[in-house]
Write a protein that binds this ligand. Structure first.
Ligand code: ZN
Ligand code: FE
Length: 255
C-alpha cells in the first residue's frame, strides 16, 4: 500500500501531486492550482480522482477545487481551522487527525505561519509529507498571516519527522532558495553540495523536489535556527531560535 505519487508542474513554479493508493484505487490531487493538466494526467494514467487534499487556502493551491469536483464527484479535504476559505470543503481535518485514504493513512499537522490555517499531510508508511508552502527545499514559505514564532514552531514539528521523509512541497523554488542560503551559511558543506546538485538538475530541466528531510536538516537554514554553526555564521551565538529564524526570514524577504 505504498502510494504511487506523480508530480505535475504547472504555472510558473507550482507542483500539483497525484497520489494513488493501490489497494483501494483511491486517487487524491494535492493542492490543485489548475484543472486541465490534472485531469489530463489522471486520464493518461487511467486514474479516477476520488479526493482533493488542500494544505491551505491560497488560490494557487485551491483554484481547481470546484471544477475538479464537478468533473469527478471527488471529496474535498482541507484544514478545519480555515474551513471558510477552502472552496467546496467537504471534510475538515485538524491537528493530530488520522485521515484514512483507502488503505493508507495520513496524519494531519496544523502548521500555521504562511497562512493562519495551514496544514500538512504525512503518510508515514510512504515516507511522504505534503507540506504546501510551509517547508520548501532549502527554504520555507513567507510568513503572511501568522507570526514568526508560529512558523518556527510549525517547522520544528515537521523537523521531528523521520529523516528519510520525502518533502513534497508545492513550489520549485530550490535554486533561488539555495542562492540565498549560501549567502547566510557559506561554510556549510552539505549546503554547498546541494547547491551543485540543484544547479545541475535545473540545468537539465529536472525537478529538485522531493528532497529528503535529512538533507534539509543539514542544509536548510530555516530548519537550523537553533544550530550553533548557523548562529555563528549570523553572529547570533546563543540567541533565541525564534530571533534567529526571524533574522533569516527577514533577510530572505529582502534578498
Ligand atoms: Zn501559499
Ligand atoms: Fe503557493
Amino acid at each position: 500500500m505504498t502510494l504511487d505519487i506523480r508530480q505535475i508542474p504547472v504555472l510558473n513554479d507550482n507542483y500539483i501531486y497525484l497520489v494513488r493508493e493501490p489497494e483501494s484505487g483511491n486517487v487524491a490531487v494535492v493542492d490543485p492550482a489548475v484543472v486541465g493538466p490534472v485531469v489530463d494526467e489522471a486520464s493518461k494514467l487511467g486514474w479516477a480522482i476520488t479526493h482533493i487534499l488542500n494544505t491551505h487556502h491560497h488560490s494557487d493551491h485551491t483554484g481547481g477545487n470546484l471544477e475538479i469536483r464537478e468533473k469527478t464527484g471527488c471529496t474535498i479535504v482541507g484544514p478545519g481551522p480555515d474551513k471558510d476559505r477552502i472552496p467546496g470543503i467537504d471534510i475538515q481535518v485538524n491537528d493530530g487527525d488520522i485521515f484514512a485514504f483507502g488503505a493508507a493513512e495520513a496524519k494531519v499537522f496544523f502548521v500555521p505561519g504562511h497562512t493562519r490555517g495551514h496544514i500538512a499531510f504525512w503518510f508515514a508508511n510512504s515516507d511522504a509529507l505534503f507540506c504546501g508552502d510551509t517547508l520548501f527545499s532549502i527554504g520555507c514559505g513567507r510568513v503572511f498571516e501568522g507570526t514568526m514564532d508560529q512558523m518556527w514552531t510549525s517547522l520544528s514539528r515537521l523537523r521531528d519527522l523521520p529523516s528519510e521523509t520525502r518533502i513534497y512541497c508545492a513550489h520549485e523554488y530550490t535554486q533561488s532558495n539555495v542562492q540565498f542560503a549560501v549567502s547566510v551559511d557559506p561554510k556549510n558543506m552539505a549546503l554547498r553540495n546541494r547547491e551543485a546538485e540543484v544547479k545541475r538538475k535545473r540545468a537539465n530541466g529536472e525537478s529538485t523536489v522531493p528532497s529528503r528531510l535529512g538533507e534539509e536538516l543539514a542544509a536548510n537554514p530555516f530548519l537550523r535556527a537553533d544550530q550553533p554553526d548557523l548562529q555563528k555564521a549570523l553572529s547570533m551565538v546563543g540567541a533565541d531560535p525564534v530571533a534567529v529564524f526571524t533574522e533569516v526570514r527577514g533577510r530572505k524577504d529582502a534578498f
